[in-house]
Design a protein around this ligand. Structure first.
Ligand SMILES: C[S@@+](CC[C@H](N)C(=O)[O-])C[C@H]1O[C@@H](n2cnc3c(N)ncnc32)[C@H](O)[C@@H]1O
Length: 262
């Protein structure tokens, strides 16, 4: 996994601009980024977008794979009253962020946060079926084990489960992504769309919707670049703008998939 998650400077930046989240949310491509001071509202808008898109309500049980600091789960639970299960590999996030947010927003009794890998889910997670499974900005971390990931997702699904994956795909050969990888520090390539589609075909899941979300992410990267430059003018430690550049020049796309059990 990327060492960026242990990077104090990057964590401090996120805590200032979008505490509890680890994503860019959703911003209209026409928005005036000079008027957007941080990524809090963009993430809140994404929470609402996900709830509406997936029809999450108080009877839902949402499984959040690679939940990060847990804020998506916590806000979805707070807004809808649903149950939730969040899984992540990072104990510090689970203990110091997820559980703290859940307590603060009064949803701690609606669910739990569990330490585990999304390619080898703990038995207590895998033995249940969920109405919704979300994986936001994290599947690329297991593109080398994507079949195992999809197998785990299928195991937690029944025929009514809605699966929402928000992820990156490359549009060029990985050998041309070295600048981007200064930030990402991946030890294996991020897959192109055609390759991910092929993996879905080979899985127990069926793709029902696909969309390129990049245009809603680019404004967030512009906000991020401005905030990085304020704190680190030469961008020696804050390398997020390399990701923004890759989105803007078409090297990388931010996409979502909606799947169901076949
Ligand atoms: C970019 S963050 C996204 C977090 C969250 N989904 C969000 O949108 O705010 C990626 C997360 O993936 C987690 N992660 C990476 N590989 C994982 C794995 N194999 N199993 C579980 N979590 C993993 C990291 O610990 C990190 O919290």
């Amino acid at each position: 996994m990327s060492s960026n998650y242990n990077n104090k400077v990057m964590n401090e930046l996120w805590n200032e601009i979008a505490p509890g989240y680890y994503n860019y949310g959703r911003i209209s491509p026409d928005a005036d980024v000079d008027k957007i001071k941080d990524l809090k509202q963009a993430n809140e808008d994404m929470v609402q977008w996900i709830i509406n898109k997936l029809g999450i309500n108080k009877d839902s049980h949402v499984l959040d794979l690679a939940c990060g600091k847990g804020m998506y789960t916590v806000r979805i639970a707070e807004t809808t009253g649903c149950r939730y299960t969040g899984v992540d590999l990072n104990t510090t996030y689970l203990e110091n962020e997820c559980k703290v947010w859940a307590n603060k927003l009064g949803v701690n009794e609606q669910g739990e946060f569990v330490l585990g890998s999304i390619t080898d889910l703990p038995p207590e997670v895998k033995e249940k079926k969920y109405t919704h499974i979300i994986c936001l900005g994290a599947m690329y971390y297991v593109h080398d084990k994507i079949d195992l990931f999809l197998e785990n997702v299928a195991n937690c699904s029944n025929k009514d489960t809605k699966i929402f994956i928000w992820d990156f795909v490359t549009n060029v050969d990985w050998s041309l992504c070295s600048e981007l990888n200064i930030h990402l520090k991946m030890k294996f390539p991020i897959r192109p769309k055609i390759d991910v589609f092929q993996r879905f075909e080979n899985s127990k899941l069926e793709l029902t919707e696909y969309s390129d979300f990049t245009k809603y992410i680019i404004p967030g990267y512009k906000v991020m670049e401005r905030e990085c430059k304020k704190r680190d003018p030469e961008l020696k430690k804050l390398t997020y703008p390399l990701m923004g550049k890759a989105f803007m020049n078409g090297t990388l796309s931010f996409v979502y998939y909606i799947l169901r059990l076949q």
